[in-house]
Design a protein around this ligand. Structure first.
Ligand code: HAM
Length: 426
């Protein structure tokens, strides 16, 4: 076998116990926040029919699909769970009590160039609300994200949310540079999402590319990029006009966020448009306040995704929050917990003669709800004690010939060294 085959594929991770403890710690927080907000857990296969993911708007996520053919069918590993969730909603549309609130923690696969916080596999906490057209849903989701940030022990100022509305941009552009070409709007969003990465000139170039899909006159392309520079909701909203629904929605959203006590952690930023074509309304991304890392999470409203799959119109909004970026931030802020192995007791039989008694004791302790490591081999007492000490257990139950003859076990507290006896189970 080649040496390469013995390594995890680039951009993927092995989770040794210490990594797994941290992962579960984070997932427990994801679950706790989801439950606190009344969301139910769901999951879907990591493998889907490729077609579910392929869209023609030029999104990076489609180019990054892990895909393959098997028995004449084309499959792909999910790069995100949203299309699968949409598929699940569609299969039961009509029978679901709306609005529904679902959360999931899928492992997602994207053939990315692996860099800090960017990997080829990551876990992504998702919360989605289906069937609520109003921004009360957006507000609830954003509040949940901050509830998580707080639970993780990050300071309120460590994470900031940037928020915009694709609907506001769409209204503005449809009244101007996209007057007759509204259909290219999703593709335009995919291009302008690259602003941070490739810079304003390259975005203008792509928007104006005569061989591209959008083909704006260069001065119009420049105008679009200028709009993205707006950081003041009032100024952006003025361009959309006083009757703009998107403007009213954004203003209402900030009022709601105020009621949640998080409005000061959220700012309007016209350059946030998101790189996925399906978003239709409010879009948002959370970043570390120093902007050293990529987005911690991103989401928004996607009211037409179900229809594009051939389903009924059900409005939806949600977000994905990756595990890798927040891990980087927790390291940076020294907020990563030091998690040790959790085990209550070790049970040790000196020899095979005491093994049956040790098994019965371990069984009873386990039934009592304790985490018990039973020493499986025959090792010397000194070694068993040293191992138990290293295991992080609080107590070791020792059963030697003397203990067995008395129907007892010696119980040693591993932090104080104090030793007592307890009767063995009959
Ligand atoms: P997304 O912005 O592509 O959105 O991903 C959401 C988050 O997942 C990112 O902000 C980042 O934290 C994490 N993430 C994405 N790709 C990677 C990667 N290669 N390595 C590490 N972390 C990554 C979506 O996926 C949407 N489906 C979210 C959504 C749910 N919108 C509505 N509902």
């Amino acid at each position: 076998m080649s040496r390469g085959a013995l390594k995890a594929p680039r951009g993927t991770r092995d989770f040794y116990p210490e990594d797994h403890r941290l992962r579960e710690w984070l997932f427990d927080h994801f679950r706790a926040v989801s439950h606190a907000f009344g969301f139910e857990g769901v999951d879907a296969p990591v493998l889907e029919h490729e077609e579910l993911f392929t869209r023609k708007a030029g999104e990076e996520i489609v180019d990054q699909l892990y895909h393959f053919e098997l028995h004449d069918r084309r499959y792909a590993l999910r790069g995100e769970i949203t299309p699968s969730i949409a598929r699940m909603v569609m299969a039961r549309a009509g029978g679901l009590r709306l609005p529904l609130r679902w959360y999931s923690i899928p492992q997602c696969w994207r053939y990315e160039r692996a860099t800090r916080g960017r990997r080829r596999e990551h876990y992504q906490w998702n919360m989605d609300v289906w069937g609520e057209p109003g921004v009360t849903a957006e507000a609830e989701l954003i509040a949940a994200i901050f509830a998580l940030v707080d639970r993780l022990g990050l300071a309120p100022g460590d994470v900031r949310m940037r928020l915009n509305s694709r609907a506001l941009l769409e209204e503005t552009l449809r009244a101007g540079v996209l007057r007759d070409r509204g259909e290219v709007f999703p593709a335009l969003c995919v291009v302008i999402d690259k602003l941070d990465k490739i810079g304003a000139d390259a975005v203008v170039e792509q928007l104006a590319d005569p061989a591209g899909e959008i083909r704006l006159p260069p001065q119009d392309a420049r105008q679009v990029v200028d709009w993205l520079g707006l950081r003041d909701l009032g100024a952006a909203a003025d361009e959309a006009g006083p009757e703009s629904q998107a403007r009213k929605d954004l203003e209402r959203l900030f009022e709601l966020l105020d009621a949640y006590g998080v409005a000061d952690r959220v700012e309007f930023d016209a350059s946030i448009v998101r790189g996925l074509a399906y978003y239709t309304g409010v879009v948002f991304e959370a970043f570390d306040a120093d902007r050293k890392l990529r987005a911690l999470c991103g989401g928004g409203r996607y009211d037409h995704l179900l229809e594009t799959l051939g389903g009924p119109p059900i409005p939806a909004v949600g977000f994905g929050f990756g595990d890798a970026v927040v891990h980087e931030l927790l390291v940076e802020k020294g907020a990563l917990p030091d998690l040790t192995r959790q085990i209550d007791a070790v049970v040790y039989a000196f020899s095979d003669a005491e093994r049956a008694a040790a098994i019965r004791l371990a069984k009873r302790l386990r039934e009592d709800g304790l985490g018990v490591e039973l020493v499986l081999g025959t090792v010397k007492p000194k070694r068993a004690l040293a191992d138990a000490d290293r295991s992080g257990a609080r107590r070791i139950y020792l059963i030697g010939p003397d203990e067995l003859s008395r129907g007892e076990t010696s119980v040693r507290d591993l932090s104080t060294g104090e030793q007592t006896t307890e009767p063995l189970p009959g």
